[in-house]
Design a binder for this molecule. Structure first.
Ligand code: IMP
Length: 407
């Protein structure tokens, strides 16, 4: 029938995992990842245990839902095998419930090494999971796909690509564990996802497309070069799954009540030292994939407005306002002043974004993140009036049930 896309509106880590887990129980047949790879870390609390997913869509906890890894995703078979084990440990069998596109590209053991060597000169703050180099091989038309695993000459093709990597200065790795994990991908269904999904949609199925990273890390629309190597915006759901744009019904945008960023790059509302540490501790802001402390700052409405427009968001979800409960004074950025003195109410591209000085509104924090609390109502009003749309859902804790709907 239709596809709803759920994605992050900031620099990732908006709490998408919990929302996908929750949303996927609303009659979806499939939950599908369409971009990125194991640089993502989607955290879900399942029966009191914290599970971090890197490839498997967060819909895996919803009974009866099938999970899809689309062609736009890059897959590390070793990481995926560990993830499947972790899920087994909490009583979730993955097996054929997971459908992987024949066209998804494989992360080889050499790709993270290339990432590490690029990082030395580029200093992006990459998660070093080999994501960029794998997409580079895809664009260079020499990458290996999940479909290649099914062919007899797969070992030869792996050796061929690692030989190219050796010529780039990366020592040939031991490939035994990789080959085993790559062959084990057949425990899942390997399929032409584009055909399978469009047929399913024609037969009335509902699909939830799960974004990874965040809008402000998009390869084109993020703050290049401090971006990830895939498109993280709503349009990528079409190219990363092989579905036509007219299939998309809702775009659900998720944002945190404050801002965080891992890795380098511009962050106009960033806090420093003790102020940053206070927010980091209150929000538990450490990378789910790398454990790195996240940079922390105030909510940036011009950046959020940009993200809402770019994705055509029609349903907005706020997460983690509970972190700011009883926080005292808080700030919200409503515009920036650039180096020439111009005012911007929407995040501009280069060169004005350099040296943007945020203009803040100061508010008192709330006791409780609910509309009946005057402090929270004021904050919500400011966000809604700046964005020109309502915040329909407020998630106020990690648990599945901790979410309020304001229809
Ligand atoms: P890469 O995609 O691992 O190369 O990282 C590029 C940039 O995106 C770095 O700043 C990373 O910290 C950031 N990044 C990548 N994946 C995520 C994510 O899932 N959440 C938040 N930041 C991410």
């Amino acid at each position: 029938m239709a596809v709803d896309v759920l994605l992050g509106l900031q620099w990732g880590d908006e709490g998408k995992g919990k929302l996908v887990d929750r949303w996927s129980r609303r009659g979806y047949d499939y939950v599908a990842r369409f971009q990125g790879g194991p640089n993502a870390g989607h955290t879900i609390f399942h029966e009191g245990r914290r599970v971090v997913l890197h490839h498997v869509p967060a819909g895996i906890f919803a009974p009866g839902v099938r999970c899809v890894i689309g062609n736009g995703v890059v897959v590390n078979p070793l990481t995926l095998a560990q993830e499947v084990e972790t899920l087994r440990g909490v009583g979730v069998e993955v097996g054929k419930r997971l459908i992987i596109s024949t066209r998804a590209h494989l992360i080889l053991p050499t790709h993270p090494k290339i990432d590490a060597s690029h990082e030395k000169s580029q200093n992006i703050g990459s998660t070093l999971r080999g994501i960029g180099p794998t997409y580079q091989d895809r664009v260079a038309r020499r990458g290996l796909t999940v479909g290649d695993v099914l062919w007899d000459d797969f070992p030869h093709r792996v050796r061929h690509l690692t030989e190219i990597h050796r010529q780039m200065g990366v020592a040939p790795p031991d490939l035994q564990a990789f080959m085993q994990a790559a062959c084990a991908l057949t425990e899942h269904e390997i399929a032409d996802v584009e055909t399978m999904l469009t047929d399913a949609l024609d037969s009335g199925a509902m699909v939830l497309a799960e974004g990874a990273q965040g809008t402000l890390l998009d390869l084109d629309f993020g703050q290049y070069p401090y971006v990830t190597s895939s498109h993280t915006t709503a349009g990528a759901a079409c190219t990363g799954l092989g579905i036509g744009p007219r299939r998309i019904r809702h775009v659900i945008g998720v944002f945190k009540a404050y801002a965080t960023r891992v890795g380098n790059g511009p962050f106009p509302t960033e806090l420093e030292d003790d102020e940053a540490e206070r927010l980091r501790t209150a929000g538990g802001e450490y990378g789910a994939t790398t454990g790195r402390p996240r940079r922390c700052g105030w909510l940036d409405l011009p950046a959020l407005k940009y993200a809402v427009k770019l994705n055509g968001v029609d349903i907005l979800c706020m997460t983690k306002p509970d972190v700011l409960s009883n926080y005292g004074r808080i700030k919200v950025c409503v515009s920036y002043t650039d180096a020439k003195g111009n005012n911007h109410r929407v995040l501009p591209s280069v060169p004005e974004r350099r040296g943007l000085v945020p203009n803040y509104v100061e508010l008192s924090a709330w006791n409780e993140p609910r509309k009946e609390d005057p402090g929270f109502a004021k904050f919500l009003n400011l966000v809604e009036s700046e964005l020109g749309m309502r915040v329909e859902y407020v998630s106020y804790g990690p648990g599945r049930e901790e979410i309020r709907h304001y229809p």
